[in-house]
Design a protein around this ligand. Structure first.
Ligand SMILES: [Ca+2]
Length: 81
């Protein structure tokens, strides 16, 4: 995935375009993408998302339930082949 593709994906979640994905933004995106999910299922997705991305990479704060661009991109950089 190119940096531009990663950015595009990030921007899809970052609804207010402030460079951070909050839990509320992620929830809204998941509900839009998968309208059939119930709250418990949505919360599962949120949990998995935060475990993956709320890692503190790029000098961001780990575990603050906010995924910055640096954290988002850091995940993909770390998993590049
Ligand atoms: Ca945001």
């Amino acid at each position: 995935m190119s940096d531009a593709d990663i950015r595009k994906l990030f921007d899809q979640f970052d609804a207010n375009k402030n460079g951070e994905i909050t839990v509320d933004e992620f929830k809204a995106a998941i509900k839009k993408e998968h309208p059939g999910l119930n709250d418990a299922q949505v919360n599962e997705q949120v949990k998995a998302f935060l475990e993956k991305f709320d890692t503190g990479s790029g000098g961001a704060k780990k575990g603050d339930n906010i995924v910055s661009w640096a954290e988002f991109k850091g995940y993909f950089d770390a998993h590049k082949k």
